[in-house]
Structure formats: C-alpha cells, structure tokens
Write a protein that binds this ligand. Structure first.
Ligand SMILES: O=c1ccn([C@@H]2O[C@H](COP(=O)(O)O)[C@@H](O)[C@H]2O)c(=O)[nH]1
Length: 240
C-alpha cells in the first residue's frame, strides 16, 4: 500500500453490517484505514470491527468517549481487547479523563492510539458562542489539544484548517487526523470547517477522513482513487 492510500480513512457510516461490508469491500484497494462510528457500532457492535480486520485494514473506532474517567478507562480497555488501532475520546472530557484514556491505551497489549476530538468539524464560531465559549474554533482546538497533550495523548482530531497551527503548537510527534474533507465542488453537508484533500496535506494533516464524497459517489472506488491521487500530488509538493 502506498503512502497516500495509507493516509485515507473511510468511515463505514452505513445502517447495517451487510451494507458496511459491501461498501468497504469496494473501496478497500484505495483506503488505508476503516472507521467504525456510532451508527454501525450501536447496531452491530464488535462484528463491525471483525469485518474490517477481515479486509486486512486497521480499525479506527470513532465512539468519541466522553464520561467519567473510570468509565472511559474501562471502555478503552474493552476497545483494546478488540484490537482497534485508533479510538476517539472527547478532549472536553477534561484532564483526568484524558490521562486515564492515555494510560489505559499505553498498558494495552496491542497498539492503540487515543485520538482526542478537539472541536467537531460540524461546529463554527457561532456554535461555540452558543455554548458560552468566546474562543474561535482554532483557539479552542489548540487549547484542548494542549490539555490532551499534557495528559499524554498524542493523536488529535481537528479540521485541517487548524492542522498547521496544531502542528506548530504540538510538534512533529502529534498525529493529526482530519475529517471535514471535501474534494473541490462536493457538497459540504453538515460540515462547517472543511478543506480539500490537497489543502489538508499541505497543512500537515496525517490521516484524512473522507466519508460521503466516497460513499455517495456513483462510483465509490473511482472517487477514492481520485482522492488518493490528490493526496499523492500534495505529498509530492510537500516534499519539494
Ligand atoms: O470532528 C469530527 C469528528 C468526527 N467526524 C466523523 O468523520 C466522518 C466524516 O464523514 P463525512 O461524510 O466525510 O462528513 C463521520 O463519520 C463523522 O462522524 C467528523 O466529521 N468530524
């Protein structure tokens, strides 16, 4: 698998295991990581993770855990026992919760990276204001990313529009995972902080999460291939 393909994460946002399996099988040649989120996991549970492993792909379990430290710590242990490679927790769960998540992942026998969700890509400044936050999404993302970093977390979910800032705040060790990716001309849907795949790579993103532009395309494999080609081009430009 080439570097560009390894960087593309495809969310299995489907209503059943059968649909998810079929969707994943079609795009698997052009996708590095398969993401299992709330819709599929609530319905199908660990069978969804096994289906990704059957296709030989690493699993990103996107449950965005946000609970008391004890509950999150035990959920991290459960996820580790399923062999998932990445697991999301909400950075807004606070320092102790983040420390517990990071330490449980470090104790796990299989490699598990905790990803702290900074500010959802579906939110903009007005949404933060309605929550009583006077910071911009970029400022808030940096604030909670620093909190998570100090708690021992090394992976972060943010809009790629914040990637360059987070990279300079956290350094090269930080793993930056960016949803809200839209190839030029595609529908944003409910995403408010979006970038193209090329912009995300140029900003220093590591993994790009692209769902509906692939899932809902007439030819999902062709859509995934086009995104991988765009990533490849942007990586080449980054290395020159
Ligand atoms: O801030 C976040 C965190 C997670 N997501 C998830 O990524 C995908 C994006 O799907 P698209 O269809 O490409 O919009 C989806 O599974 C979300 O739950 C996010 O979008 N933003």
């Amino acid at each position: 698998m080439n570097e560009a393909t390894r960087r593309l994460v495809f969310p299995l946002d489907y209503g059943s295991l059968e649909e998810a399996r079929a969707g994943a099988r079609v795009v698997a040649p052009s996708v590095g990581v398969l993401k299992v989120g709330l819709e599929l996991f609530v319905r199908e549970g660990p069978a969804a993770i096994a289906a990704c492993h059957d296709l030989g792909r690493e699993v990103f379990l996107d449950l965005k855990l946000h609970d008391i430290p004890e509950t999150v710590g035990r959920a991290v242990q459960s996820a580790a026992s399923l062999g998932v490679r990445y697991l999301t927790v909400h950075a807004h769960g606070g320092r102790v919760m983040l420390e517990r998540a990071a330490s449980e992942a470090a104790r796990a026998s299989s490699p598990l990276t905790i990803l702290a969700v900074t500010v959802l890509t579906s939110l903009d400044g007005a949404d933060l204001a309605s929550l009583g936050l006077s910071t911009s999404p970029a400022e808030q993302a940096e604030r909670v990313a620093r909190l998570a970093w100090d708690a021992g977390v090394r992976g972060f979910v943010a809009s790629a529009s914040e990637a360059a800032n987070l990279r300079s705040a956290l350094g090269p060790e930080a793993l930056l995972v960016t949803p809200g990716i839209r190839p030029a001309g595609s529908d944003a849907g409910d995403q408010k902080r979006i970038t193209t795949p090329a912009q995300a790579i140029a900003a220093g993103a590591d993994l790009l999460v692209v769902g509906r532009p692939i899932r809902d395309a007439k030819d999902p494999l062709a859509a995934a291939r086009a995104i991988v080609a765009e990533i490849e081009g942007a990586l080449a430009a980054r290395h020159t």
